[in-house]
Design a protein around this ligand. Structure first.
Ligand code: ATP
Ligand code: MG
Length: 190
């Protein structure tokens, strides 16, 4: 199955990210917006894994989660990869908690490489994808919209506690991916 490890987001955070998506939709650019219920923070994309790899990944998740404390993530910004002038991926950026998420991602990656799942070529950078650009249609309007971050996280603090790792199964369909929770591993309280 196709799988990945992520940080699940609370409903109210997904709702506010959906609010940002709605604002950016006004730019009328050609964007495939991530379905609000699917918004997450990817720690490690696994791709196709077999049953044997899957059980090893689950054990690795338990080990790593057992070594890391619960922490908070605060979202602070909206941006784009590779940059706002040439947006391909639109994301919400992590302010507080980015370092902890990165530590988790690196710890997972290191152990997971040993079971034959290749490392990412690019360095991990904490972000939450909310949209992917399909074509250049309306690109300049989108760039302008993205450059008004004061609209996005102005009135409230978007902060949540990360207390577990979640392994998702991803089924790609023409209507978009379907994610299902396969396993959760709790971070420690101590
Ligand atoms: P779709 O592929 O239909 O756009 P999706 O990207 O949401 O949907 P998946 O491709 O299964 O679904 O990816 C699951 C998660 O893993 C997403 O957060 C995606 O951004 C991330 N991901 C996918 N491919 C990679 C990759 N090669 N490297 C790093 N992360 C990836
Ligand atoms: Mg994908």
């Amino acid at each position: 199955m196709r799988a990945f490890i992520a940080i699940e987001l609370p409903n109210e955070i997904r709702d506010s990210l959906n609010g940002i998506q709605e604002k950016l939709k006004a730019c009328k650019a050609d964007v495939r917006w991530v379905a609000p219920e699917n918004i997450h923070l990817t720690l490690k994309f696994l791709g196709e894994v077999n049953e044997e790899q899957l059980s090893k990944v689950k054990a690795i998740m338990e080990t790593i989660a057992g070594q890391k404390k619960i922490f908070n993530i605060r979202l602070a910004s909206v941006g784009a990869f590779p940059n706002m002038n040439y947006p391909r991926v639109i994301w919400a950026g992590v302010d507080n908690g980015g370092k902890e998420a990165e530590e988790l991602a690196c710890a997972l990656e290191e152990k997971i490489e040993k079971i034959g799942i290749p490392k990412e070529e690019r360095a991990f950078s904490s972000h939450i994808t909310i949209g992917r650009i399909r074509s250049n249609l309306g690109k300049d309007r989108l760039t302008a919209g993205l450059k008004q971050p004061e609209n996005y996280f102005k009135d409230s603090v978007h902060e949540f506690s990360v207390n577990k790792l979640t392994l998702f199964k991803s089924t790609l369909t023409p209507k978009g991916p379907i994610y299902e929770i396969v396993k959760e591993a709790n971070l420690t309280t101590a």
